[in-house]
Design a protein around this ligand. Sequence first.
Ligand SMILES: Nc1ncnc2c1ncn2[C@@H]1O[C@H](COP(=O)(O)OP(=O)(O)OP(=O)(O)O)[C@@H](O)[C@H]1O
Length: 240
Amino acid sequence: MTQRSGPTTPPADRAGAVVQLRGASFGYARQPVLTGVDLTVHHGEVLAVRGANGTGKSTLVRGLLGLAEVLAGEVLLFGRPRGTGRDRHRVGYVPQRHTVAGTLPVTVRELVSSGRLTRLRTWQSFGAADRCAVDCALEGVGLAGFDRRPLAELSGGQQRRALVARALADDPELLVLDEPTAGVDAASQRVLAATLAGLAATGTTIVVVVHDPGPLAEVVTRTVSPSGTPAAPAAGARAC
Ligand SMILES: Nc1ncnc2c1ncn2[C@@H]1O[C@H](COP(=O)(O)OP(=O)(O)OP(=O)(O)O)[C@@H](O)[C@H]1O
């Protein structure tokens, strides 16, 4: 994965904060699920969000991506109010539920290639660099060789890995994953952990919702609850 810099993509904000939530409340249909969340995620951090079922882990990450309602407070991505659209290609997202994606009549390569769409004007402009990014992403989740297979013929865990590859293909600066290891076998979890470690080493900021971090614990640098407060670090995690 490449280190990103340059005039069109300033490195986060002046304080190195990629995500800043200040007194943020998130919810659905105007009903708050989380209130008063203060959380800053710095450039290069690998932040785990942990908590019991229904405590709002998915709502937190959906809120910072604009997929849950922001009912109060401030949400900044890369130092700017989220939602301007300019930073779309800088953020990769692997949602928790993948059942709809799994039924799409596409090949694995087509799904993963769609991750490059934020960078393309048209499909016709899909070029060698895009193909290379897709190959890298497939390799990163251990799905090299599966690229021509129909997505619907893959197992649930393999489909989940394909969705992770789709997010990786865009080479995002901020990668948000909602339970990427759920239903994924131990060997594939290790492959994913190694991939995320490689991304973190090149400066990618990662926010990951996990119940059981497993091998991801080695990659996580800080653990918080959905309210943004420190949570017990995962076993094996680096300094909190
Ligand atoms: N689309 C939605 N519309 C309305 N309420 C929702 C929606 N999604 C989640 N909720 C509610 O928000 C609360 C928090 O749900 P959320 O999925 O964020 O929790 P979670 O910690 O990720 O749970 P889990 O560990 O089970 O995945 C729950 O009470 C849930 O019912």
